[in-house]
Design a binder for this molecule. Structure first.
Ligand SMILES: Cc1cc2nc3c(=O)[nH]c(=O)nc-3n(C[C@H](O)[C@H](O)[C@H](O)COP(=O)(O)OP(=O)(O)OC[C@H]3O[C@@H](n4cnc5c(N)ncnc54)[C@H](O)[C@@H]3O)c2cc1C
Length: 415
């Protein structure tokens, strides 16, 4: 399908495709087996400027938006969803700084993340606060020019490999959800160490760590926006980043389907290729149709978001404000419903398609030395992180109810 990508977007896809096919494919099995962090590939991705595609030019970016980020995540994930995650987690660290950072914070940290010389991570989850981020226990107390941070975060992707972390902690436990604030914490800050490294089912080329903060003193200037805005920061970040998870899921699904097609055209049983059986053909058709439907939803959502986000970024740069303030002034809308729809649809598609791909390949599909089972293991996480698909469905329904209530209020007023 021709999605009318611009010349620059097509170049980005081509660059990511070259890295995926030539650099990632030959080594993905190694990183999956060893769970080593794929530094040589990360360097290739940085050299190709793919960490910069969605960031504004003022911070060393290429001036794109959520669509450019999705294109990179999708293309890299066709070869390995775990390696692609390094780009996605850096974006997850960068987006809150982009939306809620002051011009000084944007310049300081985003240019480093755009270069790929320093990787970013985002850490909101705690042992007792998963789907319910309002249960955050990590606490940050103001002491002179510093906040003193104490607490445990877990399941942090790109943990230990990253150097910049967006961290959420309560600055006022009496205010519950309204007491949570967002900070940027640099690796090497005294009191910030790494705990357990997780062993995972999939995305094993990305390291997942527990983070430990013990009397960790963070400069006051590392607070993002104002105290108490943490959950707004997190929600607005997820609105922009969930299409990236959807793109990762679509890449995984497409990668699995491509490998499967190549195999089932060659493999013969009953004197015929497997791809000639109608039962198999219907599975192939269903897989391809779902992937294409997901891609259409994803690209159109990204385009609609970027039409609002980019003018807000330009206004914030001109006026020296945060992007969030510029969005408020421009009356930008929330994208929770649509970004959640992308994540739900594309990740459910990835899980179904990769499972069907294993089925179409038969026994070899189940084996570790054939690439298809890895796609199935990698697909599963896309239904879980950045808000499980149950939570996405809750949020989509909540937004539908709010929209219906506001529509009927307007009808009452105009009647
Ligand atoms: C590999 C991996 C990488 C991760 N990376 C990061 C990261 O980089 N940064 C970060 O902050 N976090 C990260 N996470 C955490 C991830 O976002 C959480 O695991 C996820 O949000 C779910 O939280 P939980 O695991 O505590 O599940 P729980 O909240 O305990 O949920 C368990 C089950 O109950 C369901 N459930 C919970 N509440 C409801 C409800 N209200 N309605 C219906 N169903 C509900 C859930 O959908 C799920 O099926 C990562 C997790 C994994 C596994």
């Amino acid at each position: 399908m021709d999605y009318g990508l611009t010349e620059q977007q097509r170049e980005i896809v081509e660059l990511a495709r070259q890295i995926a096919q030539k650099k990632i494919k030959p080594v993905r099995e190694h990183y999956d087996k060893t769970e080593e962090f794929p530094w040589p590939i990360v360097e290739e991705i940085a050299k190709a400027d793919l960490f910069a595609v969605y960031l504004p030019e003022e911070c060393g970016g290429l001036g794109g938006g959520t669509l450019e980020l999705a294109l990179v995540a999708e293309e890299l994930s066709k070869a390995c969803g775990g390696i692609a995650l390094s780009v996605a987690t850096s974006a997850l660290c960068a987006i809150p700084i982009l939306l809620y950072g002051t011009p000084q914070q944007r310049k300081r940290w985003l240019s480093e993340l755009a270069s790929g010389k320093r990787l970013g991570a985002f850490t909101i989850t705690e042992p007792g606060a998963g789907s319910d981020a309002t249960a955050t226990k990590a606490a940050a107390r103001l002491d002179g020019d510093h906040y003193v941070l104490n607490g445990i975060k877990n399941f942090c992707s790109t943990g230990s490999a990253a150097e910049l972390y967006t961290v959420f902690a309560s600055t006022n436990p009496n205010r519950g959800a309204r007491g949570i604030s967002a900070f940027v914490v640099e690796k090497g800050t005294p009191g910030f160490t790494f705990g357990k490294k997780e062993e995972k089912m999939g995305i094993r080329a990305n390291s997942t760590y527990e983070l430990v903060f013990e009397n960790c003193r963070i400069p006051k200037e590392n607070l993002l926006y104002k105290e108490g805005y943490g959950l707004f920061v997190a929600q607005d970040t997820f609105d922009c980043s969930r299409p990236g998870v959807a793109a990762q899921a679509l890449g995984i699904a497409q990668g699995a389907l491509d490998e499967t097609l190549a195999y089932i055209r060659m493999r013969k049983q009953f004197g015929q290729s497997i791809s000639s059986f109608q039962a198999i053909q219907h599975m192939m058709a269903d897989c391809a149709t779902s992937i294409e439907a997901g891609r259409a939803l994803l690209y159109s959502t990204c385009r609609a978001m970027d039409r609002e986000l980019k003018p807000a970024v330009d206004k914030a740069i001109q006026e020296g404000t945060t992007v969030f303030e510029a969005m408020e002034k421009l009356g930008s809308r929330r994208w929770t419903k649509e970004s959640g729809m992308c994540k739900v649809f594309c990740s459910d598609t990835a899980m179904r398609v990769t499972t069907d791909c294993v089925q179409m390949c038969g026994g070899i599909g189940y084996m570790r030395d054939f690439p298809v089972e890895k796609y199935m293991r990698d697909a599963k996480i896309t239904q879980i992180y950045e808000g499980t698909n149950q939570i996405q469905r809750n949020e989509i329904a909540m937004m539908m109810i709010k929209e219906a209530a506001s529509k009927s209020r307007k009808e009452l007023v105009s009647a």
